[in-house]
Write a protein that binds this ligand. Structure first.
Ligand code: KG4
Ligand code: ZN
Length: 336
């Protein structure tokens, strides 16, 4: 089954053609990141406008790269939630139009489920059940993936997402958006033990995260140094901050795996591109005899290939929509 998939939840307009959930026939991404860099973060109104401009050429290119016509496609999958509402609406309305005009089924697909599915592209043998750490710009979850479309949230952030904490800390040091990528690069040059940042725990919720105290600690440190006229040791701050975030993520994830007796671990979402997180999760999994999967770096951040992968399993589970489909800014991963 060939699915044409569309993603427009944040600042990437993307389309792909994916066969049977695992084989990527094409994947096209038009990133707006250079424009949002000017403002230090995503400007929702600009994002919506750029999606509207890019969607037609991006979808056409995805078909062209796959050497297919719309007639060869069996269904259309689209990210309908969660994300920036104006951005999501561009993809959803475009997909609805295509579905109406072509008569092909329309498959609503949850963005975070798609991030998890990026691993199905990288590892053909990977099948649920497994435990997944989903870490993106907007979410930090520990999810029990019981089946392709059946999930339970075991732990979640109480405040900022991991990616958001990286982005805000980086912005305070004047580093370009999206700061997580830049911080990861600069951290390689620093001493991770130079600064000790707090490792907040959420009382009576051992799998939940809290990053806002950590973010405030790094911002205060930078502001205090600036006020004293000191040079900001970016490398050491990045390295120490990255270590603190990764320690928190790895600790809770491993605890959840041990407590729930799960032996297969998966990581997903933009922050899964972080080099220290990838390394530490691999090491800690090996120590405990767990099998560990991380998506190929090319599919960690937003793309439509992962939407085509998850869309396939949504379709098999009977999740299709009619033209009343709407975009939803916030929707839990276990919504159905
Ligand atoms: O999943 P994603 O592309 O978009 C959302 O669904 O939010 O994630 C984007 C987030 C940004 O916060 C970005 O800074 C972060 O992922 N990110 C990283 C790295 N690459 C992307 N954070 C830390 N280290 C990285 N290498
Ligand atoms: Zn994402």
């Amino acid at each position: 089954m060939k699915i044409l998939s569309i993603e427009s939840s944040c600042d990437e307009t993307a389309a792909a053609v994916v066969e049977d959930g695992r084989k990527v026939l094409s994947s096209v991404i038009a990133s707006q990141v250079e424009e949002h860099k000017l403002y230090g973060g995503v400007v929702p109104e600009i994002a919506s406008r750029r999606h509207a401009e890019a969607i037609v050429p991006v979808v056409k290119n995805a078909l062209k790269e796959a050497e297919l016509e719309l007639d060869d496609i069996d269904a259309i999958a689209v990210t309908h939630a969660p994300g920036l509402i104006g951005a999501l609406l561009v993809g959803v309305n475009f997909a609805k139009g295509l579905s109406l005009s072509s008569g092909k089924p329309l498959i609503p697909t949850h963005h975070l489920r798609s991030h998890i599915a990026s691993n199905y592209i990288s590892y053909k043998e990977l099948k649920p059940p497994f435990l997944c750490l989903v870490v993106s710009g907007g979410h930090s979850h520990i999810v029990m993936v019981e089946d392709y479309t059946k999930m339970k949230v075991i732990g979640r952030t109480r405040d900022d997402a991991a990616g958001e904490a990286f982005d805000k800390a980086a912005r305070t040091m004047g580093m370009p958006y999206p700061g997580g990528i830049e911080m990861d690069r600069v951290a390689e040059l620093g001493d991770e033990n130079k600064f000790v940042f707090p490792r907040p725990v959420v009382r009576d919720a051992p799998y939940d995260f809290s990053f806002s105290g950590l973010k405030t600690a790094v911002i205060n440190l930078i502001h205090n140094m600036e006020q004293r006229g000191e040079k900001i040791p970016k490398e050491d701050i990045c390295a120490s901050f990255r270590k603190a975030v990764v320690d928190l993520l790895v600790h809770n994830f491993m605890k959840a795996a041990e407590d729930f007796g799960v032996k297969t671990l998966v990581v997903a979402g933009g922050v899964s591109a972080n080099s220290l997180l990838r390394k530490r999760l691999a090491e800690e999994s090996e120590k405990r005899g767990f099998k560990f999967y991380k998506p190929d770096k090319s599919v960690c951040t937003d793309n439509a290939a992962m939407v085509g992968a998850q869309g396939y399993y949504e379709y098999l589970s009977g999740n299709t929509a009619d033209l009343s489909l709407n975009a939803i800014a916030t929707l839990p991963i276990d919504y159905r």
